[in-house]
Write a protein of this length. Structure first.
Length: 337
């Protein structure tokens, strides 16, 4: 397989080759890229903006209301720093929250989100009015393709609405107009390429984030109020992990492969001053992994856990209790839904 490493190329040579082949293939046609805010799509965006005229490059990002705190602002700013001129934000929080109303079954939630994603994507791409000849770029990386061969396995179904089977992708693929410049790279190589292209370090270091967003971290019915509580808790948890140092000397955030809070659909008894309170229960997850297929629990120092928990319950009055999830994968999955 032609990766940067086994071709014995420097990242600089590899970036040069990819840029030349991209420019050759695309010519003067426009290119559309759906941005998720994750590492892969951001690096593809950076590559397109370097290889082509930024006027050709159309980036579309869906603000589903299921993202982390201030995510749209950060994602837009990071792509604009990389030279983006056409960054289209689709505000569709109301549509997603309405579609999710009353749904508690995890699989129905995922299916509802995936289907709506595709519907909105089709509608908004049509609204852009790009010519038939436009190309579609994707952030597919090598492990995605390996997983694709495994038709029917859970991992493939999970990612379907992002990388594989939307009608738009199918149509573009049929006409030979899909470009996947990271398809030969592993994640660490994508990061190296991104660093070379000037993608900000905090984007490259980001923990993985699921396609359905925090909808799978607000257990049970998803409401705006619960999403806002979870977003606040997530922001505090991440800030704590980034400012605390772990045994290796790195921040806890960099030692941990993936961390996030989960809002449970139950309240528990507590005290607030002289009165009884019924706050929500929040569970913290932090895991170590290399490929997300298996995962171990991060062995926090108890002092860190206690302080993080106290900060969360002290700052977010709706949360009455914090627990730490000590289940490995298997038998548990990384996400709760
Ligand atoms: P699980 O929960 O299956 O998660 O152990 C494995 C890894 O995949 C992420 N994940 C997703 N990623 N779309 C994605 O792109 C999804 O629907 C999705 N669901 C889970 C999860 O965060 C973990 O890193």
């Amino acid at each position: 397989m032609d990766t940067i490493l086994n071709l014995n190329m420097t990242v600089e040579q590899y970036a040069g080759d990819v840029r030349a082949s991209l420019a050759g293939k695309v010519g003067k046609e426009p290119v559309l890229l759906l941005i998720s805010g994750g590492v892969d799509s951001t690096v593809v965006g950076a590559l397109l903006l370097k290889a082509l005229n930024p006027d050709q490059v159309h980036l579309m990002y869906m603000d589903t209301g299921l993202m982390r705190k201030d995510e749209t602002t950060h994602v837009k700013a990071s792509l604009e720093r990389l030279g983006a001129k056409h960054f289209h934000v689709v505000y569709c929080e109301d549509e997603f929250l309405s579609a999710l109303k009353g749904i508690t079954d995890p699989e129905t939630k995922r299916k509802t989100i995936g289907d709506l994603f595709i519907t909105i994507q089709e509608r908004e791409v049509a609204r852009l009015g790009l010519p038939e000849t436009c190309f579609l770029a994707q952030g597919t990386i090598y492990p995605d393709i390996v997983e694709s061969g495994d038709v029917g396995k859970g991992a493939r179904v999970i990612k379907s609405h992002h990388n594989v089977g939307s009608p738009l992708v199918d149509a573009k693929r049929k006409s030979g107009r899909v470009i996947e410049p990271l398809e030969k790279l592993y994640k660490n190589e994508v990061r190296a390429l991104g660093r070379f292209l000037g993608v900000a370090d905090d984007v490259l270091r980001r923990h993985p984030f699921p396609g359905p967003g925090i909808a799978v971290r607000v257990l049970g019915e998803v409401t705006k109020e619960k999403c806002d509580i979870l977003r606040e808790a997530d922001a505090l948890y991440m800030e704590e992990l980034k400012t605390r140092t772990g045994p290796s000397g790195q921040s806890l955030y960099d030692e941990i492969w993936q961390a996030f809070p989960v809002l449970l659909p139950i309240r528990s008894t507590g005290v607030a001053g002289d009165t009884r309170a019924y706050g929500w229960v929040l569970s913290l997850r932090a895991i170590l992994s290399t490929d997300a297929m298996t995962a171990g629990v991060y062995p926090f120092q108890m002092k860190d856990l206690l302080e993080i928990s106290a900060r969360i319950t002290g700052s977010i009055t709706e949360i009455g209790r914090v627990t730490y999830d000590i289940s490995a994968k298997p038998p548990a999955t990384i996400e709760w839904e």
